[in-house]
Design a protein around this ligand. Structure first.
Ligand code: PGA
Length: 260
């Protein structure tokens, strides 16, 4: 049985003080209700990572870097390494986010190298993939996703990690736009990703892998999206910046987790 996972991607938002306040609101909300059926991860900007780790210490909330270098150290100005993230207390790292793919020109090969470095260094990667609008319009979404699974995931792992992968399906046209994939579109893509993982890594890995949906998840559409049998939670951007909204989304994942 897969445990639902809801991860917040705060992107380039929140000062250290603001991050502490938001993390505390989430930690108190999670502790105050029975939300134990859902794994929760917060993704603050690097500078606020230690503050968030301190704020959620002692609870079950994980903390993710929003990216990492595949190099362990060296002359890479502006980069942050896996050992730096683990030293700061991170448990996860978001990789291959569409904003990094689109704005920073990151490709599948680099995402795979980062995933390899993260995994070897003790961080759990949350590997993002998804198609832009032109691909969806052209009707080639599934082949694009298959290519990303092969090159971002298969390219990085000869064998799957225990417990499978964490993959985030993010239709690029639905990120930060207010547009959302319909639950049917999301479920179709998720089922396809699972099928590809099964073909590459086998049934056990496919069944254990959590596939999160990311793309304008809000409190009012979360339950419908999470009801899909292959939708195991979400990677939440805008709505993770408000504690009350994020907690609502975590609750929606908990309801759904009973059925998976
Ligand atoms: P959004 O972002 O929820 O604001 O669309 C999702 C993401 O980029 O992870």
């Amino acid at each position: 049985m897969r445990r639902a996972l809801v991860a917040g991607n705060w992107k380039m938002n929140k000062t250290i003080g603001e991050a502490r306040t938001l993390a505390l609101e989430v930690a108190e909300g999670v502790a105050g209700e029975d939300l134990s059926g859902v794994e929760v991860v917060l993704g603050p900007p690097y500078l606020a990572l230690s503050a968030v780790v301190e704020t959620v210490a002692g609870g079950a909330i994980g903390v993710a870097g929003q990216d990492c270098s595949h190099h362990p150290d060296g002359a890479y100005t502006g980069e942050v390494s896996v050992p730096m993230l683990t030293d700061a207390g991170a448990t996860h790292v978001i990789l291959g986010h569409s904003e990094r793919r689109e704005l920073m020109g990151e490709g599948d090969g680099l995402v795979a190298r980062k995933a390899q470095a993260a995994s070897a260094g003790g961080l759990t990667p949350i590997i993002c993939l998804g198609e832009p609008f032109t691909t969806r319009k052209a009707g080639t979404t599934l082949s694009r996703i298959a290519h990303q699974v092969e090159h971002s995931i298969q390219g990085a792992f000869a064998s799957p990690p225990p417990g499978g992968f964490i993959v985030a399906y993010e239709p690029v046209w639905a990120i930060g736009t207010g547009l959302t994939a319909t639950p049917e579109q999301a479920q179709e893509a998720h089922a396809f990703i699972r099928e590809r993982l099964e073909a590459i890594f086998g049934l056990e890995c496919a069944q254990e892998t959590r596939i999160l949906y990311g793309g304008s998840v809000k409190p009012d559409n979360a339950a419908d999206l999470f009801a899909g049998p292959d939708i195991d939670g979400g990677l939440i951007g805008g709505a993770s910046l408000k504690g009350a909204d994020f907690l609502e989304i975590i609750r929606a994942a908990r309801t759904d987790s009973a059925s998976i």
